[in-house]
Write a protein that binds this ligand. Structure first.
Ligand code: PEP
Ligand code: MN
Length: 341
């Protein structure tokens, strides 16, 4: 349920409305717009009849049911685009933000090289995995805390916020100390214990769509995080599983305009895990800019043939520099010309 307050409603009236919502067994989510305050009441349906009486409180203009199952992620509750801040970087506003770095943190030297390449090319955020979700238990599983230390250190040296994956609730406190943003990977998009716990954090989250997740399921996963009070969710399309085997997954580029229509949350593209081959990353990134994505996350490596994970899809420095030059040209066209038509 959305409670639309009158334009001149007072803080006291708003306070009484949120108290009423809580008494009815719901959670209030206050959104202060330029013109008026909107309050979302989210919860299970048990106290519904009591909740509806909120309409009679002073300051309330009217109440409107939220029809979509994702209450806080949907545009019904929050019409304007959400801009998520990660350190000093904004994702979700104008401009295409690139996150770059290796699949896995492998050593101080490798991470420093990646940080240098990412910075020089104009990427805004640095990525690197310390806890890796590998298909095989015999594959490299990541450096753990040692890797997190390296990532934080390189991020600070380069002046770039960092993002790394969290796979287990038990690692959240540790990762929170080292990273500016959590990544919840494709395999954990419906790990509800993890989503709920991340919802309690106030660090932003990069939430990846799963291999077999519908857009609505992705938005419901975002809803778990938002309903815990964490509003910094960025969605990521990273390829879904189809009958096609020429690429590792199939990049669902249509997810970008669909997600932008349904939700106010930023959406970015991960062409690396979608394609699985370095040679397709530039054309897919071009498509992401043109489709209106707010950014991309791209795997790079100084020597992809020696990478401990995802080497075949990782870009060599010179290819990444070219990609970033192209992104700048396309992004400018989107912001000043074709994107405005
Ligand atoms: C990754 O970012 O390295 C990763 C494992 O991604 P995904 O969860 O999309 O497979
Ligand atoms: Mn990877």
């Amino acid at each position: 349920m959305i409670i639309l307050m009158k334009r001149n409603s007072t803080k006291e009236e708003i306070g009484k409305v949120t108290a009423w919502i809580e008494t009815a067994g719901y959670k209030p989510h206050v959104s202060e717009g330029v013109e008026r305050t909107i309050i979302g009441a989210v919860g299970t349906d048990e106290g519904r009849s009591m909740l509806k009486s909120v309409a009679f409180l002073p300051g309330v203009e009217r109440i409107v049911p939220i029809l979509k199952p994702y209450k806080l992620a949907g545009r019904e509750f929050h019409e304007q685009d959400t801009v998520v801040r990660v350190g000093d970087v904004e994702i979700g506003g104008p401009g295409f933000a690139v996150i770059a770095g290796p699949c896995s943190i492998e050593s101080e030297e490798q991470m420093m090289e990646c940080g240098y390449i990412a910075k020089k090319a104009g990427a805004r955020l640095l990525r690197g995995g310390a806890f890796k979700p590998r298909t095989s238990p015999y594959s490299f599983q990541g450096m753990g805390e040692e890797g997190l230390k390296i990532l934080k250190n390189v991020g600070e040296k380069m002046g770039m916020p960092v993002v790394t994956e969290v796979m287990d609730t038990k690692d959240i406190d540790l990762i929170e100390d080292y990273s500016d943003m959590f990544q919840i990977g494709a395999r954990n998009v419906q790990n509800f214990a993890l989503l709920k716990r991340i919802g309690m954090s106030r660090k932003p989250v990069l939430l990846k769509r799963g291999l077999m997740t519908t857009i609505e399921e992705l938005l419901m996963s975002a809803e778990y995080i938002l309903s815990g009070g964490n509003t910094g969710v960025i969605l990521c399309e990273r390829g879904i599983r189809t009958f096609e085997t020429a690429t590792r997954n199939t990049l669902d580029i249509s997810a970008v305009p669909v997600i932008k229509e349904l939700t106010h949350l930023p959406v970015i593209i991960d062409p690396s895990h979608a394609a699985g081959h370095a040679k397709y990353i530039i054309p897919l990134t071009r498509a992401a800019v043109a489709a209106g994505a707010h950014g991309a996350i791209i795997e790079i490596h100084p020597q992809p043939e020696k990478a401990l994970s995802d080497g075949p899809q990782s870009l060599r420095p010179e290819v990444f520099y070219r990609l970033m030059d192209e992104v700048r040209i396309l992004d400018e066209a989107m912001q000043n010309g074709i994107g405005k038509l």
